[in-house]
Design a protein around this ligand. Structure first.
Ligand code: ZN
Length: 120
């Protein structure tokens, strides 16, 4: 992968990172804005499940953030775009959709097949 492509994916990842952080901040604001003294127990239950939902989202965001940071590290190290399993180049089309990926489509499919046989 040449420098122009590295730069392209670096920008893409930085953009995703910013969007994610902006989204995460909104979630925090929403949570602190909630009125904790709902009188109706049914409303209260809804509020609790909403909160669990938000926390799950945040967990996913955190994981994605880690993946983005790792991908940025790989760009710096020059190993970005190479499959961790087989060392082949990951197709650009796949990287554009999912720049944080570390597996080529072949290895990813293989991994998914194994996960189906032996669920994590
Ligand atoms: Zn591979």
């Amino acid at each position: 992968m040449d420098k122009a492509k590295h730069d392209y994916f670096k920008q893409l990842l930085i953009q995703q990172r910013q969007d994610l952080i902006a989204g995460a901040t909104e979630t925090v604001v929403e949570m602190t804005d909630e009125d904790d003294t709902f009188p109706d127990p049914n409303d209260r239950a809804t509020l609790e499940s909403d909160r669990n939902f938000l926390l799950r989202i945040r967990d996913r965001e955190r994981k994605l953030l880690t993946k983005i940071d790792k991908a940025l590290e790989r760009i710096e190290a020059g190993s970005f775009g190479l499959c961790e399993e087989c060392g082949e180049e990951i197709s650009e089309g796949r990287l554009k959709v999912r720049p944080v990926t570390t597996l080529c489509i072949k290895c990813k499919e293989e991994q998914e097949k194994q996960e189906k046989v032996r669920p994590a």
